[in-house]
Write a protein that binds this ligand. Structure first.
Ligand code: HEM
Length: 518
């Protein structure tokens, strides 16, 4: 059925920017500063296209077709597709052996062990903490505004939201004060925000080549290099790893000595999994530390940057921002000024439409990487035209094909979202029953949280944090773009972060004008 080495069908091929071709098109995906490359390739070449593969691999494809993605990520067929080994190596580098760096039954055990922390009641119980930190952020901005002579100020929103998100995560994950908003960051808070950027931001050809080669190197050797090689980026990761491991171990020991004291944070749930008699969900201490370190990385920059992009879009569409403020204020008035419950946040149509549209339009994870364990045939919802001109609605792929699932490419696929797929338009979500549109992915039919048994375990947590923080900020403040503002790019540092063109060394920046809302 499938030729062992290479496709027997002639797919459209994307030209490669790197003539060395060691990392193939990987370098283009990482160096993209628009977060639109997948969508562009799809529009130019089709919903499944052949990439120049990394050295040593025969086939690589970029997929944005909904039926193919369902087949790869959801249901029984998903078991035939593993995360590509080089990506395990990177998760291992950042967090050690954790849910993000294991496969098969071991992955199932890790997932079962941490899943109880992310159920509906557990997530809802965190709302008061989310709320307290959102209010604290507002107070900080009020203080900055009070010192201004005019009625507005320009704030690096990216930095503020990142600090608020880290503080929130510290409290809800392990009752730990990162001190970001108070301006007294702990050593871990100081190390965290730039670790993804320094490790993955603006990957060079040689770095991308190293990533391509990781799959051929035994994990024991990779760990040895990670512990000893003298590169600045790895120094930072190593330092963050050492500090986070020490702090988390101390917190675990404290918790064991003093007891949970009724605490319902993520750590308490995961520690219960460690004591579990059931071997199918039991986690060792070593694994628990890695799990918490991974959660810190997976859950913090992702949510923070999504909110940052939402505020940027709302600056570009001031009418939507005004309508959203009215919706929130009307709801607050009906409540007599009290805090919103989870159900009340869920019941705000425009708030939820803006969040869904931001997740669709500005996904912070741009690509996911899979590899098939056997020869297979991908079904296609949108037929593709081969080089020969033949139109096909299924595609044989040989075992070991590198599969790049482009989140942005799917989220902006006009065949799924209509001709305005490339436009930020929250209106598309109004009057829609999300349950019936949830054909792919964990939430709202977008691929942003991935899908299936390895899909984002924290998606409810992220959505509730977005609902809470966005509603609190928009109710009190008005956001606009600075006059003659700098050019903002979308840097692919595992989580897509805003940066000012030409000021990359300053890290993530999104300067916005902030004033008290009338
Ligand atoms: C807007 C925010 C977020 C986005 C866009 C996001 C996105 C993703 C994506 C795309 C994956 C799957 C990667 C793959 O299939 O290979 C993933 C996995 C994961 N996410 Fe999230 N995430 C977000 C927030 C969170 C939060 C808040 C947490 C936890 C507090 C979290 C924890 C995890 C974990 C543990 C996994 C690994 C799941 C597994 O391997 O079974 N994420 N996330």
């Amino acid at each position: 059925m499938v030729r062992r080495c290479g496709f027997n069908v002639r797919l459209m091929v994307i030209p490669v920017s790197d003539p060395l071709r060691i990392p193939g098109n990987i370098i283009d995906l990482f160096a993209d500063t628009t977060a639109r490359l997948g969508a562009r390739w799809q529009a130019e070449y089709g919903t499944v296209v052949k990439l120049h593969p990394q050295i040593g691999t025969s086939d690589a494809i970029l997929v944005t077709d909904p039926a193919a993605l369902r087949y790869i990520f959801q249901g029984d067929t998903a078991e035939r597709f593993i995360r590509a080994p080089e990506w395990y190596a990177m998760a291992d580098l950042l967090a050690g052996e954790c849910i993000g760096s294991v496969e098969g039954d071991v992955h199932k055990r890790h997932r079962k062990g941490i899943r109880p922390a992310f159920g509906v009641p557990e997530t809802r119980a965190l709302l008061p903490v989310f709320n307290a930190i959102a209010v604290k952020l507002c107070e900080k901005w009020e203080n900055v505004l009070a010192l201004e002579t005019g009625d507005s100020t320009v704030l690096n929103i990216s930095d503020w939201i990142s600090k608020a998100s880290l503080d929130t995560f510290g409290e809800v994950a392990f009752d730990y004060q990162f001190g970001g908003l108070d301006g007294h960051p702990t050593e871990l808070a100081a190390a965290m925000p730039t670790v993804l950027l320094e490790t993955f931001g603006f990957m060079s050809v040689s770095q991308a080549a190293v990533v391509s080669l990781l799959q051929y190197i035994p994990m024991s050797f990779i760990r040895w290099v990670l512990n000893d090689s003298p590169t600045h980026a790895l120094d930072h990761v190593r330092n963050t790893n050492t500090v986070s491991t020490r702090i988390i171990l101390d917190l675990i020991n404290d918790r064991r000595t003093m007891g949970a004291g009724g605490k319902k944070d993520i750590m308490s749930s995961i520690l219960k999994a460690g004591l579990n008699d059931d071997p199918s969900s039991r986690l060792t201490d070593h694994e628990i530390v890695s799990e918490l370190r991974f959660l810190l990385l997976a859950g913090q920059e992702t949510s923070a940057n999504t909110l940052t992009w939402a505020l940027w879009e709302l600056c570009k569409f001031p009418d939507i921002q005004t309508a959203l403020r009215k919706e929130i204020r009307d709801a607050r008035e009906q409540k007599g000024g009290k805090d919103f419950t989870y159900q009340e946040l869920q019941a705000m149509p425009l708030l939820n439409a803006v969040i869904k549209e931001t997740l669709r339009f500005a996904p912070v994870v741009q690509n996911m990487f899979r590899e098939n364990l056997q020869d297979d045939v991908l079904p296609l919802a949108q037929p593709i035209t081969l080089k020969s001109g033949k139109v096909v609605n299924k595609l044989p792929i040989p075992k070991g094909t590198k599969i790049y699932a482009s989140v942005g490419g799917y989220n902006m696929n006009p065949g799924v979202w209509g001709d305005d797929a490339h436009i930020f338009n929250p209106q598309r979500w109004m009057n829609q029953d999300t349950d019936s549109t949830n054909a792919l992915g964990m939430y709202a039919n977008v691929m942003t949280f991935s899908a299936g048994a390895k899909g984002c375990i924290g998606w409810r947590f992220a959505v509730m944090q977005l609902q809470n923080l966005l509603s609190t900020l928009i109710e009190r403040f008005e956001f606009s773009l600075p006059e003659k503002g700098p050019k903002i790019i979308r840097a692919n540092c595992m989580a897509t972060q805003p940066m000012i063109e030409g000021e990359y060394e300053k890290g993530p920046q999104l300067p916005l004008v902030v004033r008290r809302a009338a």
